[in-house]
Design a protein around this ligand. Structure first.
Ligand code: 0WK
Ligand code: BGC
Ligand code: BGC
Length: 924
């Protein structure tokens, strides 16, 4: 096996008779050459050690573990799939860095038809040394000038051009069009670029150039362009290997193995950046004095050590250093060197390719050495050819060891013993060094025997591949624009929220004065919050939220004990007859009494009835209209306390003393007020939404009296039913409203509460699917099903602890075939909808607390708001967004939000307790 070293030196036709171990050779000069050539021999064991060590570094970097920096970077490229072949369009491609001191501009037309190719047009521009080493702005301005020069000769518009930027240096990518340069390599060292987003630098330069409006939609590493440029018929290639001035490879890794990505499905292309591999243990033994000298004199000493043994920028230099070494010891060229030979970088890749090419023959080598100012003897030419072959063979073998590490990684990540894989190759070392690929192939076969590898030369250096990625990026960018356009109306400005606050204040004032207003500002006849002197056992009903509850509330000196039972209100009952509904309620009460051993007892009962009621007293409430999916007949316009009492009467042998009817906002305020006397506002954000607060009686036109306060149920759910919110209403709000059982009603509620947010999201997803932005444009039956997208999904999807993968799981349960980009977009839709809801709610609360502050003529108001409702309680960000909006719009109010623990049933009981205490006092 250890004979691998010699493999590279096969005695091909015209190959010089480079000395082999043990073969007879002329005097000590050949020993000295041999000793030099020996240094470039790499054993099988050494190659395996490099393979293993590189694999170890790759896996360490994938795990993203802390600890000593892994030798290779393993950079995600945001390319998640190999080309579909459906990509189409005209693209400009700018290649910088792949081929050293030159950049290339291409015009690539993708037809989107398999096998139908349009030859790209391209032009190469030499980059002056001072530009490669000068200020970054100069380099990008140079690139922008080349772009214009190239486009000037093409019959193209100067508008709306889409560009793919192939930037062949190590970069941290945070998106297909966002990439920060980590460090320069390969003879580049421009200032003010490392740590910068190179896409932005190019955009700025194109802007400065001003000749063309070019949209830079993607930045791609050259290895990725090479892999993506693989002929679909042959591929898909899942490894891209470049050996040009520098060297690197990329490959398709299972996304779940890339720790920095929170993805568990699909694959992602990783740029390995193996040029920086420098494990002393593995590389040390194969590095020669020439490698150390080369590194020491390079632009980036200590960096890119592996690349400096393989990349085309360095092969010539290695040969030069060996020749200088041998010449200075009198072994070559009669001990003479030349100024050219002594000058760094004078032997180029082309020189080595020519001299090493077995078919070139001694004469050609002679000519090249003469161009270098040398006067070589025939034997010199042979030795020089041997040196070239030794340097290149080692480069190919080292490259093979690295590639074998990638193949082992693919076997691991795909749990495949036998791997069949296509590797796209690109770069002038492949194009110019015919033996490079053959040595590489043979060495790979020995280091990775279970891998059947086909090497596919990239047709145009990856330009087409970059265009493919650009096409995908352009599609994603277009989708992102459509997503932003769709969500823009949901992104409310401070001015818009302040306008809602002002409109709400105006509507409150009008409502209190009994003028036409979308806010009914209903007096609740609750004049005070609890003072702690309440006592007794009370029954409470809680109707109108997600659950119907019957509660027994014991108010003692030791506090309040509650036992309750949840009962369902089937839709057919909620939308049946009023009699049926109230009979159902009484059935539940009776069931509860039996379970609690209360049968036959007539406890005072407080009825939390979470619908708009005009009250004429604590125990009288005329239902104005149903909301939230309730629609029982013969109730609107009726006193619901009477309806309950009638139902009780219908159910003989039941004694119940209905003392109070309260709205759930009032119940919540009272419930929290029992703990915190500052609590003078009750807020519900659940199935529906609403707020109540303690208003100065002098401001309540419909109730006599000027002193003291009364709790007002604003019924803000109906805010905007007069059209005052139309400026904020979107087409999706209109769709939800039209499909609701109360179109035109509860417009504010339909933008905020749990019954509607899921539907708004569903309508947006349908719209985005129809635009082809989501789910590849495939409308699914499920997504067209009303209420299929529950509001609780928003809370789940937006929870920080939920990775995208779980978002995907929720959506897949809905039968939605989605990509990771889809999952991300659905998350953004949910965020936009819930953020608007929370901000509108915050603007409403700001209006209420500011009203209270002004009522009391206070500079600053400290107040608490009792809150209940599933959406407010379960959504991960809703409550903080509401609080932030209130702070923004009511800076002179210090507002504490108290989440109600016991629901409004307790509040209803406390209201009943107060009523009973007051009734008792009047009786005494
Ligand atoms: C729990 C309260 C109840 C209120 C409900 C609102 O006890 O009175 O109606 O919160 O939240 P939802 O259940 O509609 O989410
Ligand atoms: C760069 C890589 C690039 C390789 C081949 C290296 O110097 O760091 O990003 O892919 O050269 O061009
Ligand atoms: C009702 C209010 C109730 C709110 C919260 C709205 O639909 O009109 O009375 O407070 O929902 O449950």
């Amino acid at each position: 096996m250890d004979s691998i070293g010699s493999l590279g030196l096969q005695q091909g036709e015209g190959a010089p008779s480079c000395p082999q171990e043990g073969l007879p050779c002329p005097s000590n000069s050949s020993e000295m050459v041999q000793e030099c050539l020996q240094q470039f021999k790499v054993t099988g064991a050494q190659l395996r050690q490099i393979q293993t060590s590189l694999l170890g570094s790759m896996e360490q970097a994938l795990r993203g573990q802390v600890g000593p920096a892994p030798a290779v970077r393993m950079l995600p490229t945001y390319v998640g799939s190999t080309p579909h072949g459906t990509e189409k369009g005209d693209f400009v491609v700018l290649e910088l860095g792949a081929t050293g001191a030159s950049l290339r501009v291409l015009w690539v037309t993708l037809t989107g038809i398999e096998g139908h190719k349009v030859e790209p047009r391209s032009q190469e521009f030499v980059i002056p040394q001072e530009v490669m080493l000068g200020p970054g702005q100069q380099l990008f301005d140079f690139a922008a000038r080349c772009l214009s020069e190239f486009l000037d000769v093409l019959p193209v518009d100067n508008q709306g051009l889409q560009l793919g930027f192939s930037f062949s240096f190590p970069c941290h990518q945070t998106g297909l069009d966002k990439s920060t340069l980590i460090s320069w390599t390969k003879g580049f060292k421009c200032s003010d670029v490392e740590g910068q987003d190179v896409v932005q630098l190019l955009r700025d330069a194109i802007q400065r150039q001003g000749a063309y409006s070019i949209d830079v939609v993607a930045v791609v590493n050259d290895t990725v362009g090479t892999m993506m440029g693989c002929e679909p018929g042959v591929g898909p290639c899942e490894v891209g290997l470049v050996v040009d001035t520098g060297t690197n490879a990329c490959y398709m890794e299972e996304a779940r193995h890339v720790a920095v990505l929170d993805e568990d499905r699909g694959r992602v292309c990783i740029s390995i950046e193996w040029g920086s591999f420098s494990d002393e243990g593995a590389l040390g033994p194969v590095q020669t004095i020439f490698d150390h000298t080369l590194d020491h004199e390079s632009l980036n000493p200590g960096a890119q050590r592996f690349e400096k043994m393989i990349g085309g920028l360095y092969l010539g230099e290695l040969v030069r250093l060996v020749l200088v070494h041998l010449a200075q010891r009198g072994v070559l060229f009669g001990g003479h060197t030349s100024p050219v030979l002594r000058s760094q970088g004078s032997i180029l890749l082309e020189h080595v390719a020519e001299m090493e090419d077995p078919s070139a023959g001694a004469a050609r080598v002679h000519a090249v050495l003469q161009d270098l100012g040398l006067n070589p003897k025939a034997s010199d030419a042979e030795w020089v050819q041997c040196v070239c072959m030794a340097v290149c063979t080692r480069a190919a073998q080292l490259c093979a060891a690295a590639l074998a590490a990638v193949l082992s990684r693919l076997q691991h990540s795909r749990e495949q013993q036998a791997l069949q894989i296509a590797v796209a190759t690109g770069g002038r070392v492949f194009e110019r060094h015919p033996r490079f690929l053959s040595v590489l192939r043979e060495t790979v076969m020995l280091l990775a025997p279970n891998c059947d590898v086909s090497f596919i030369p990239s047709v145009d250096g990856g330009g087409r591949g970059v265009a493919m990625v650009t096409a995908v990026a352009a599609r994603l960018a277009a989708h992102r624009r459509l997503l932003e356009e769709t969500l823009a109306p949901f992104r409310l400005t401070r001015e818009q929220l302040a306008e809602v606050q002002a409109q709400m204040r105006e509507a409150m004032a009008k409502g209190l004065q009994g003028e036409a207003s979308s806010l009914r500002m209903l007096p609740t006849y609750v004049r005070a919050t609890p003072d702690g002197s309440e006592r007794g056992d009370f029954l409470a009903l809680d109707l109108g939220g997600t659950n119907f509850r019957v509660l027994l509330v014991r108010v003692t000196t030791g506090g309040v004990q509650i036992s309750s039972q949840i009962y369902s209100i089937p839709e057919c009952v909620a939308q049946g007859s009023g009699q049926q509904l109230f009979d159902h309620i009484v059935d539940c009460i009776v069931d509860f009494q039996q379970k609690q051993g209360l049968s036959g007892q007539s406890l005072p009962l407080g009825f939390t009835f979470s619908f708009p009621c005009r009250q004429m007293g604590l125990d009288q409430g005329i239902l104005l209209n149903w909301t939230k999916g309730f629609n029982a007949s013969d109730c609107e316009g009726q006193d619901v306390v009477c309806l309950l009492r009638e139902a009780i009467r219908r159910r003989q042998a039941v004694e119940l003393n209905v003392v109070a009817i309260v709205n759930d906002t009032v119940g919540t305020m009272m419930s929290c007020g029992y703990e915190d006397p500052h609590c003078e506002v009750g807020l519900i954000v659940g199935t529906g939404t609403n707020v109540c607060y303690m208003e100065e009686l002098r401001n309540v036109a419909s109730v006599d009296g000027d002193s003291g306060q009364m709790c007002i149920n604003t019924e803000w759910g109906a805010f905007g039913d007069d059209g005052s919110l139309s400026m904020l209403s979107t087409r999706f709000d209109a769709s939800v409203d039209q499909a609701s059982i109360n179109p035109g009603k509860q417009r504010f509620e339909k933008m905020i509460s749990g019954m509607y947010l899921g539907e708004i999201v569903r309508h947006i997803l349908l719209h985005l699917t129809s635009l082809g932005v989501l789910f590849r444009g495939q409308q699914t039956q499920r997504l067209q099903t009303r209420d299929i997208f529950k509001t609780k999904f928003l809370s789940e999807i937006e929870s920080d602890s939920l990775a995208l993968r779980q978002v995907r799981a929720i959506l897949e349960d809905l039968g939605l075939p989605l990509t990771s980009d889809d999952a991300l977009m659905v998350l953004e839709v949910c965020q936009a909808v819930s953020q608007r809801a929370a901000q509108l709610c915050g603007a409403g609360v700001a209006a209420v607390v500011e009203k209270i502050r002004e009522n009391r003529g206070l500079e600053e108001l400290t107040i608490s708001v009792g809150v209940d409702g599933t959406l407010y309680k379960l959504h991960p960000h809703f409550s903080s967004l509401v609080a932030a909006t209130v702070r923004e719009l009511a800076p002179r109010c210090v507002v504490t939000f108290l989440q109600s623990e016991d629901g409004s049933g307790k509040g209803a009981a406390l209201v009943t307790a107060v009523a009973c205490r007051l009734a008792q006092r009047t009786r005494i």
